[in-house]
Design a protein around this ligand. Structure first.
Ligand SMILES: CC/C=C\CC/C=C/CC(=O)SCCNC(=O)CCNC(=O)[C@H](O)C(C)(C)COP(=O)(O)OP(=O)(O)OC[C@H]1O[C@@H](n2cnc3c(N)ncnc32)[C@H](O)[C@@H]1OP(=O)(O)O
Length: 341
């Protein structure tokens, strides 16, 4: 049986051990309703299940940018595990409560002057997120309504299908117009003066192919939606003009989410993601998981085998003076940019 193999592969080696302005940027009106179902660790992740459809939603909820802290990583794993234990669920939509940011990647503040107990734990938690998503028996659909740099892109690549919002006019937050946003996705680590870890770089190679990945890794390329589609980094790009959900999809999603999604980008990607999630949920789970094993088990085994060495290398790399200097500069620039808005 394929499913137990995949899960035992992952479990055996598990090392599990705002400002008001920012808050308003999240479409909490709709996602708040999700917290009534399963919520974990201060609701850093909100999730909800629809057993009839066989679909669940897992939404990252860490303002202002869904940057991956130790706690958010742990919350993602906990929620996924809870969903995984429900045999009626076959598909999960990995989403974000932030209308313009899917995930900003690692919380870079975790990397600056790090605590030597917390740093390896933090890295282990990121590895675990990757292992749990990539090796899940569930079909996971990434609903990428906003930016997905670095480890944010890794989250998407670890899913089974990626839908990206193509940007457009008149996106709304809380019913008010806001300027349109065009999200980007990619492994931009070299722009921070660091390199993507081998397993993340290899994931890009497996997703878009050797030469495009080699170039994108070196340059730290962040792809806008249509370029990401052409490269094969995402599977679908949708805009207000290109996608209208069927009445059935709207109804089924409404059943799953009692409050309507008011943000247009979020609403569109969620509707498309729901359609895709239903499609996966209709496939024989055994056959689907067996086919997933064909493409993923070897790289997962390699990753698990090199996990400890990867953590050691990461910790010593991050603590180097030059790396610390680069990271500090990067975070200062990030904060300056944010303040100047
Ligand atoms: C051997 C291997 C060794 C090392 C491997 C290390 C691997 C690393 C993988 C990573 O994931 S590194 C992280 C890379 N992430 C980024 O470079 C993204 C940085 N963020 C941005 O570019 C932008 O924030 C955005 C495009 C995601 C969104 O832009 P925008 O909508 O304009 O928002 P703001 O820039 O104003 O940001 C809002 C708020 O969020 C804070 N923030 C953003 N990203 C991060 C982050 N990654 N970590 C922590 N905090 C982040 C930002 O500072 C703003 O906060 P304020 O309090 O200043 O308002």
């Amino acid at each position: 049986m394929a499913a137990p193999l995949l899960s035992s592969l992952c479990c055996r080696h598990s090392l599990r051990h705002c400002s008001p302005r920012r808050f308003a940027r999240n479409d909490l009106s709709f996602f708040r309703s999700l917290s009534t179902s399963i919520s974990s660790e201060k609701s850093l992740v909100l999730s909800h299940v629809n057993e009839d459809a066989g679909v669940a939603i897992l939404a990252m909820n860490r303002p202002p940018a869904n940057s991956l802290s130790l706690e958010l990583n742990e919350a993602i794993c906990t929620s996924l595990k809870e969903i995984d234990t429900n045999p009626k669920i076959q598909s999960v939509i990995l989403a974000s409560t932030n209308p313009t940011i899917f995930s900003a990647g690692l919380d870079v503040t975790e990397l600056i002057s790090p605590d030597d107990q917390r740093l390896p734990k933090f890295w282990n938690s990121l590895q675990q997120v990757y292992i749990d998503l990539y090796g899940s028996r569930l079909a996971i659909i990434a609903a990428i309504q906003g930016h997905a740099p670095a480890a944010g892109c890794m989250l998407a690549m670890a899913c089974d299908y990626r839908i990206m919002y193509g940007g457009g006019e008149g996106s709304t937050v809380d019913g008010r117009k806001r300027k349109s946003h065009i999200p980007t996705i990619g492994l931009n680590e070299t722009q921070l003066g660091i390199a993507a870890p081998p397993w993340m770089g290899q994931l890009l190679v497996r997703t878009i192919g050797f030469r495009p990945a080699e170039r994108a890794l070196a340059l730290g390329t962040l792809f806008p939606p249509m370029e990401a589609l052409i490269e094969g980094l995402v599977d679908d790009v949708i805009t207000e003009e290109s996608f209208s959900p069927s009445a059935d999809t709207i109804h089924a999603l409404e059943k799953l989410l009692p409050d309507p999604i008011r943000n247009q980008a979020l609403s569109l990607v969620m509707q498309k993601a729901f359609q895709e999630a239903e499609l996966y949920a209709k496939i024989s789970p055994q056959a689907r998981v067996a086919s997933k094993l064909v493409t993923r088990s070897e790289s997962l085994k390699d990753m698990i085998a090199s996990r400890e060495a990867d953590t050691e290398y990461f910790c010593s790399f991050i603590c180097q003076d030059t790396v610390q200097k680069n990271l500090k500069k990067y975070v200062e620039a990030l904060k300056k940019k944010s303040k100047s808005k």
